[in-house]
Design a protein around this ligand. Sequence first.
Ligand code: SIN
Length: 503
Amino acid sequence: MSAAIRLANIGTVLVVTKEELAESNTAYAQGGIAVAMGGDEDVRLHLEDTIAAGDGLVNREAAQVLVEQGSQRVEELLEWGTAFDREGGTAAGALLRTREGAHSLSRILHANGDATGREIAVSLLRHVRGIENIELMEWATTVDLLVEDGRVVGVSLLDGEGGLTTVLARAVLLASGGAGQIYSDTTNPAVATGDGIAMAYRAGAAVSDMEFYQFHPTAFSMAGAPRFLMSEALRGEGAWLVNARGERFMERYHPLLELAPRDVVARAITREGMDGEVYLDMRHVVGDLFARFPGISKFLTKYRLELGRDLIPVRPAAHYLMGGVKTDVHGRTSLPGLFAAGEVACTGVHGANRLASNSLLEGLVFGALAAEAMEGEQLGVGSGELVVGVVAPRGEVATGEVATERWIAELRDLMWKDAGLLRDHNGLERARRGLDALAITMPRGLFRRGVEARNLHVVAGLIVAAALGREESRGAHYRNDFPEHDAVGLHSVMVRGELRFMA
Ligand code: SIN
């Protein structure tokens, strides 16, 4: 939406989305949006924190752009009516800021307590709906990119009725978010199936850093309950982590305790969790926790739990993919005509581990920059012929719904078990063989879940290949058999089945 708003000044924009436009990882982001609005020193510290969290792999140029341009983008949001929380709850009050893991100071704006992403998505959507040049196509599934002479000239998609259509365009921007549905345990909504990455890869685009999947340390953990996010802001406001013996354990893992970088906290919880449940403990925190975290509190009510009264059981869940379609800071991919921004893209801004609350800012900043670059694109000749893709031929019998769901569940389970938070060669090889076996029974036919199943398979394959190739531990990628860092930090890049490591 950040890109569409700008592109509408120079032409017509079609925004295609699988469900309603607001249904995205953005809308589920709770804790907030990190932004340095206090001048040079503030910007410098935000840059330093982003680089430190990224564990030696952050692209400094991208991080600099993010922290320097972030405040302009947030000012714009304020102009468009985004209601961040303020002192005294009035429009005249100063903006409230919280702190999260690996931030050196409180710089995270929030809205409606713990519904920051929804407020941003809704206010952007309100703005988008008022712009004549933007056409929204909701409940449509993009199937593949159309490529002609090495240039992306449009997309093929299944419209609301399931009919296959092609759309030609001067430029295509992937803003399709993450791929949490690769894993059986995820904080991501059902739409996060890595479609953009799979489409770009099939079309021949380079993807990068796919082994770096961030596991959020504290998703709700109860049999039969969803892995609902227990925001990092809970720890920012003082929550402790305690193990089954009631011990506060983070001092054994990192000097920043509960506010250590996410990868460190997630691994610590996994280790402590081997001996029983791990809990968030806010019983010592004073203040109205229901008012500060209304969404989380309402969710917990369903399980008869209350933040300031009870221990809240938590465990890690797949949350954010640092890797993605390789781009420069203007969203340019390796394919002419194709751009990417947000979680689907890999500018290198997060390195091997994203700093908490940098992702909402990422979408705003890099979406706007991609739009600038897209303005220069000219309309290709565009025959509209589908020249890439794995789309099943028309008329082929589609795999049934139940079989498709079973197939997807199998993929998600094997990825969780063997390509999750703690990895080693044997497990990753098992995952690779499991994916090879699943390729034989891949769901067939042109329907949304079939398309998603094939995309999940592509993305899972990329994650496993890159994770096998990286024989070191760094950021979110932890190899039990290679627990140390290599001296030099290199990025993994994959194009058409060839994996390379480069600076
Ligand atoms: C959270 O509220 O903990 C999620 C924010 C993020 O993923 O950065």
